[in-house]
Design a protein around this ligand. Structure first.
Ligand code: CA
Ligand code: CA
Ligand code: CA
Ligand code: CA
Length: 258
């Protein structure tokens, strides 16, 4: 093909692309362009698993509405099933207890905006707190008034906790208001909200502890010296008189049935 021929061919391709949905063919026929294929996770009832399929874009709504299909890397409408990009079911991460900075100050944990301090995760996925589970660490508040509202993605008042994960070897308490576990090195990790106060311990006694009193006494405290198993990047050690409030610099939630 000479240069002119090449250019003409390229021009016709561009025309097709420009008139989205309709391609005028050289013979004068008009043909509706096929919608692009879409990948879906289709539930194979025989095998009891989701399998990735590719369907015409025109058929997607029918598959979603009538076949129970789900897009890859998403959840079904009820939120009871979550699939990864390859249509494998994602096992929900079960967190028994959590300490978090309640950045939006609404009294509940919101993964999009609140900051995780420490979590006890059912890493061996047997539904109970026991050896083999892990304590996962995030960040801790360096002041009693961390982060700004609306939630600030670059909150400057946070320190980092390391290591990011410790394996549980012993369990001392597992109740709806007190979870206490120990690691192989002997360090203790607490999440407690027995009424009137919240406590989270991030390592060896008596260090690395946050204390939020809802009463006038004792004090609220952030005591995180350097060292120990959970080694903060920036130490703090501050207290203030109890202010009668459940302050948002940290909250504790324990997800255990009574
Ligand atoms: Ca919140
Ligand atoms: Ca477990
Ligand atoms: Ca308080
Ligand atoms: Ca609190």
């Amino acid at each position: 093909m000479n240069l002119v021929g090449q250019r003409r061919k390229r021009t016709s391709v561009w025309l097709c692309a420009a008139f989205a949905g309709v391609c005028i063919l050289g013979t004068g026929q008009v043909e509706a362009a096929k919608m692009p294929k879409v990948e879906l996770c289709h539930f194979d009832a025989d095998e009891g698993v989701f399998k990735k399929i590719s369907v015409s874009g025109n058929a997607v709504q029918n598959h979603l509405a009538n076949h129970g299909d789900i897009f890859p890397a998403s959840s079904n409408g009820a939120g009871t099933i979550t699939l990864d990009a390859e249509c494998n079911e994602v096992i929900a991460r079960n967190v028994f207890s959590r300490a978090y900075i309640d950045t939006d100050r609404d009294g509940t944990y919101d993964p999009q905006v609140d900051v995780e301090i420490s979590e006890l995760v059912d890493t061996n996925m047997d539904g109970v707190i026991n050896a083999g589970d892990t304590v996962e660490f995030g960040q801790y508040p360096k002041t009693f008034d961390p982060c700004s509202l609306p939630p600030d993605a670059d909150c400057p008042d946070l320190g980092n906790l390391t290591p990011t994960s410790v394996v549980v070897t012993n369990v001392f308490s597992a109740t709806p208001n007190s979870v206490i576990v120990q690691s192989a090195s002997g360090s203790l990790f607490n999440w407690e909200n027995p009424g009137g106060l919240e406590i989270v311990r991030l390592g060896t006694i008596p260090e690395q502890i946050l204390f939020d009193s809802f009463l006038d006494q004792p004090n609220d405290a952030i005591t995180i010296p350097l060292g120990g198993e959970a080694d903060p990047s920036d130490a703090v050690d501050i207290t203030r008189p109890g202010n009668g409030a459940n302050d948002y610099f940290f909250n504790v939630e324990i997800n255990l049935a009574p």
